[in-house]
Design a protein around this ligand. Structure first.
Ligand SMILES: *Cc1c(COP(=O)(O)O)cnc(C)c1O
Length: 360
């Protein structure tokens, strides 16, 4: 690989497209004649305003975000949204959550601090290896919203069909699948995600929220925690994460240049197929998630032996395939193959694992 980089299978922060990194490098010392680096720039300057405006516009183009949705850039990562969402959306102090893995469980824990949480479906019984049937859930009439984590980064499952919310607002954590495929934004009330998995550098979440869900009666809530604060001030009530917004903006432009989310989805499906075909034919390595619910982004797999798993992690790292250790809560191995992982990276890893298997 160019620059002697490794194939990085990290779950996040994760790989970024190389052409984007090169552009950032080229603009590092003097951004387009401004005489300064974007990191050194006032967020109130005209040159920075253009950067954030472009970033929002390109994201709107990519996802086809309707005009009645706001795009907010908020610090605190996806984790702060576990709290901000119930604080801002629980009018009746009651919401329905679907528990499909570590990240939805964390969201549930935070929401319980704000109001009543009804876990209407869960896959905990089988260690979160599938997405439960959510076509006919018991949803109280006065529930404020239905919450899902659309791609469980640690457990490696994804929703192929959204839940039937029976007319309630759908809130989705898309952190580890953001921009991996086309998304019909109007199916949701809120879409959000930390950007460090599939877009850019850590330290920020993007929140796409339907305008009528932004309340102005929450004046007792700390100012930074109100969606209204961010919406009314173009995500610049205070100093935003200027660097992350700049880098994400570059990734949006890059995705547009390769054909947008349709093209990205085709590449991702193709890439994931290479890996899953390997797992399904291997005698040593096995996928852990039910086939119909397999994530195209995060692929957990096991050998069945913790010692052998550790050996694989060591051997792959030495060969230039980094970060294949599974999350500490589930063990085993995990290959995260986000947008920026090239197909050659997946093919090379599969070849290496096949050879490893043959030798053992
Ligand atoms: C990583 C992740 C989070 C937490 O993101 P932070 O930005 O670290 O707060 C939340 N949800 C999902 C699905 C994730 O993958």
């Amino acid at each position: 690989m160019k620059y002697n980089r490794c194939f990085n299978f990290s779950a996040g922060p994760a790989m970024m497209p190389e052409p984007v990194l090169e552009e950032i490098r080229d603009e590092m010392m003097n951004y387009r004649g401004s005489g300064m680096c974007v990191m050194e720039m006032s967020h109130r300057s005209a040159v920075y305003q253009q950067i954030i405006d472009d970033a929002e516009k390109d994201l709107r183009d990519l996802m086809g975000i309707p005009d009645n949705y706001k795009v907010l850039f908020i610090q605190g990562g996806a984790t702060l949204q576990f709290s901000m969402i119930p604080m801002n959306l629980m009018k009746n102090k009651k919401a329905v959550y679907i528990e499909t893995g570590a990240w939805s469980s964390k969201a549930i824990k935070e929401a319980k601090k704000v109001g009543e949480v009804i876990v209407a479906a869960s896959s905990k019984d089988k260690n979160y290896t599938y997405i439960p049937d959510c076509s006919n859930l018991d949803i109280p009439e006065d529930a404020d919203y239905v919450y899902i984590c659309e791609n469980e980064t640690i457990h490696g499952s994804t929703w192929s069909k959204l839940p039937n919310t029976k007319g309630h607002i759908l809130v989705s954590d898309q952190s580890s699948m953001f921009l991996s495929k086309p998304c019909n934004v109007s199916d949701y009330g809120v879409i959000y995600g930390g950007v460090q998995k599939n877009i850019g550098p850590a330290g920020m979440a993007i929140v796409i929220i339907r305008e009528d869900l932004i309340r102005d009666d929450l004046t007792d809530l700390p100012i930074y925690l109100q969606f209204k604060t961010h919406a009314d001030n173009g995500s610049m009530y205070n100093t935003p994460n200027t660097w992350a917004i700049y880098c994400c903006g570059k990734v949006f432009k890059y995705l547009k240049s390769i054909g947008g989310l349709e093209a990205m989805a085709a590449i991702n499906a193709d890439k994931a197929k290479v890996f899953y075909d390997f797992l399904d034919s291997s005698k040593m390595f096995k996928g852990t998630v039910e086939k119909k619910d397999r994530s195209l982004m995060n692929i957990p797999f096991v050998t069945g032996s913790a010692e052998l798993d550790a050996e694989v992690v060591k051997a792959t790292k030495a060969a230039g395939y980094d970060n294949l250790k599974g999350h500490k809560s589930v063990g085993g191995l995990r290959a995260s193959i986000y947008n920026a992982m090239p197909k050659e990276g997946v093919e090379a890893l599969v070849k290496f694992l096949k050879e490893f298997e043959a030798k053992h």
